[in-house]
Write a protein that binds this ligand. Structure first.
Ligand SMILES: NC(=O)c1ccc[n+]([C@@H]2O[C@H](COP(=O)([O-])OP(=O)(O)OC[C@H]3O[C@@H](n4cnc5c(N)ncnc54)[C@H](OP(=O)(O)O)[C@@H]3O)[C@@H](O)[C@H]2O)c1
Length: 284
């Protein structure tokens, strides 16, 4: 099976390569394939005739999405539509990622795939638009995977640190750390996620549509930070702060825990977030 992977330098892209079960992966750099450029998309897919295109690229800096919504839509919506159209033409499956931020956070049980999106900021709006654009352009060839709170090895190496690594650095620099206790999330290890993505992408029962894939369980960023220090054996002091979901003028969902309902029905499960974290910290 031939796979075109976009975003190989990212957290998820890096782990998809590390955990490749043995497929023929073609992974262009961003210089070789910028998904903002339709001609480059068409040339890449025409050139390698993949069975699956996995797009992990996104414009996902939330504050930049607020100030530069055109760029957010170009990468998160228009580019995803162009990928879907090219995949339909090539009879390839598009696996595209999306986010828990498509939801509004006004419920207190995990969101299932069919729950109604209600994004609160331009980032979530551009991602919902991308989901619809891909599913409408290639209704038989699109898989959208929503996930949440990613951390992984490549993020640590090339992006100046993911959430876990940043908290470990904080422990050495800040005597007291304030962390949000207002948002409930499903922090997810890209090592676990990438293994589940490979299983889902080649599953015989896979159909077009939206899937959720996150580590099991839920916690606040405050609880997650406490767990990082507990597992890593650090004694840093963490103080909970309630910002009511606000970040500057931007709203974040207070509750965005996802339920992997469809994947679980296909026999695909991910470990609890605490186990994913232990594995990442080498304490499993
Ligand atoms: N991180 C999270 O907490 C989180 C939460 C929910 C959903 N997600 C979604 O999960 C997916 C994977 O996230 P991640 O954390 O692995 O992302 P990441 O570490 O930021 O990696 C993104 C990758 O996409 C590439 N890229 C960005 N813009 C591109 C463009 N215009 N054309 C081609 N390549 C481009 C980047 O290349 P360069 O290295 O060259 O920039 C990088 O390889 C994304 O769709 C993301 O929105 C992430």
């Amino acid at each position: 099976m031939k796979v075109l992977l976009i975003g190989k330098t990212g957290q998820l892209g890096g782990d998809l390569i590390r955990n490749n079960p043995g497929y023929d992966i073609i992974a262009p750099s961003r210089d070789e394939l910028d998904i903002g450029n339709r001609e480059e998309i068409d040339a890449a897919i025409d050139g390698c005739r993949p069975d699956i295109v996995i797009n992990t690229a996104a414009f996902h800096n939330l504050l930049l999405c607020e100030t530069d919504p055109e760029s957010a839509f170009r990468v998160n919506c228009t580019a995803v539509r162009n990928l879907a159209l090219a995949c339909r033409k090539a009879k390839a499956f598009l696996v595209n990622f999306s986010t828990d931020y498509v939801f509004g956070g006004d419920q207190c049980i995990p969101y299932v795939e069919d729950d109604r999106p209600q994004p609160l900021q331009m980032y979530g709006i551009s991602r919902v638009a991308g989901e619809y654009a891909a599913l409408a352009s290639a209704p038989e060839h699109t898989v959208i995977i929503r996930t949440c709170g990613l951390y992984g090895r490549s993020g640590a190496q090339s992006k100046g640190g993911n959430f876990v690594d940043k908290r470990l650095q904080d422990a050495e620099n800040c005597p007291v750390l304030e962390m949000g206790c207002d948002q409930l999330v499903s922090p997810t290890s890209t090592d676990d996620l990438s293994r589940a993505v490979w299983r889902l992408a080649v599953h015989p029962e896979l159909k077009s549509g939206v899937y959720h894939l996150v580590n099991q369980g839920e916690c606040t960023w405050y609880e997650f930070t406490k767990a990082i220090y507990e597992i890593a054996g650090f004694s840093a002091l963490v103080r909970p702060v309630d910002r009511g979901g606000m970040s500057g003028n931007m709203r974040r969902p207070l509750y965005s825990v996802l339920a992997n309902t469809k994947a679980r029905g296909m026999g695909i499960t991910l470990p609890h977030w605490r186990d994913g974290l232990k594995q990442y910290l080498g304490a499993a």
